[in-house]
Every structure is written in C-alpha cells, then in structure tokens.
Design a protein around this ligand. Structure first.
Ligand SMILES: [Zn+2]
Length: 137
C-alpha cells in the first residue's frame, strides 16, 4: 500500500490518496456536501467497486491512513455506505472478526445497539433483504 501525502490528481474527477496492486483509493468530492472514498480497480478506472461517504476530507484521509484493506472489510468513521447492502469483504477478513462484524449502511454495529441515525435503519435493511429473496423466486 502506497499512501500519497499530497493527493495525486487523476482523470476521474477525484484525487488519488493511496494505491495498491489492485486499486486506486480515490477521494471524490460530492457536490460540495461531503466526500466519498472510492476503490477504483486498476483494470477498469471507469468504475468504482466500493465507496464510503464522509463529512470531510480530513476524516476520510485519516480513515484511509489507519485502514488495512487486506484484513478490514471497510474503513472507519464513514456516515453512509452508498452501495447499501453490498458490503466489501477483505481478502483476510477472518483475521479480525470483531472489526468485521455486520454494520448498517451508516457504519454502525447493530450488535452494539440501535442505529443513532434512524430508528428504521435495520428494519429497512431487513425489508430490502426480504424483498430481494422473494423476487429471487
Ligand atoms: Zn444505520
């Protein structure tokens, strides 16, 4: 993993703050409201596979610094997972099962108590899961 102290401009309307053999870790501004950390695959930079929204660039960059994407499914400190229930799994997630427990789309662990963003958070998630299963038939 290479961390860039100075973000590197790219041709994806974002800046690259880190990279490894498979991914660029890009900071993507979102309409001036918040920023998103996205994982852009090197083999197809027209898409991103995973993303997490933060209130600001500082929080995002600190989270990137302490994140081990090989072991930890998702970084810390985000407020929204735009892919909702599509959750990244790290290649060696089994090495840190406590960190990699289920999180809601707001980044909180339901095991630790109700979501502080909305009381309907997990009810919604359960409903979406049910809907997907029923349409699978
Ligand atoms: Zn939630």
């Amino acid at each position: 993993m290479i961390h860039h102290d100075t973000p590197v401009p790219n041709d994806r309307e974002s800046v690259t703050i880190a990279e490894d053999d498979e991914y660029f870790y890009d900071l993507l501004p979102m309409l001036g409201i918040n920023v998103r950390l996205v994982m852009t695959p090197r083999e197809n930079t027209l898409v991103w596979d995973w993303g997490w929204c933060y209130d600001g660039a500082l929080a995002l960059r600190l989270a990137m610094r302490v994140w081990d994407p090989q072991v930890q499914n998702e970084p810390l400190g985000w407020k929204k997972r735009p892919t909702e229930d599509k959750i990244r799994e790290a290649p060696h997630a089994d090495r840190d099962p406590d960190y990699n427990r289920l999180r809601c789309i707001h980044g909180q662990y339901p095991d630790d108590g109700p979501c502080t963003v909305t009381a309907y958070c997990l009810i919604d998630a359960e409903r979406r899961k049910r809907d997907r299963q029923s349409t699978a038939w």
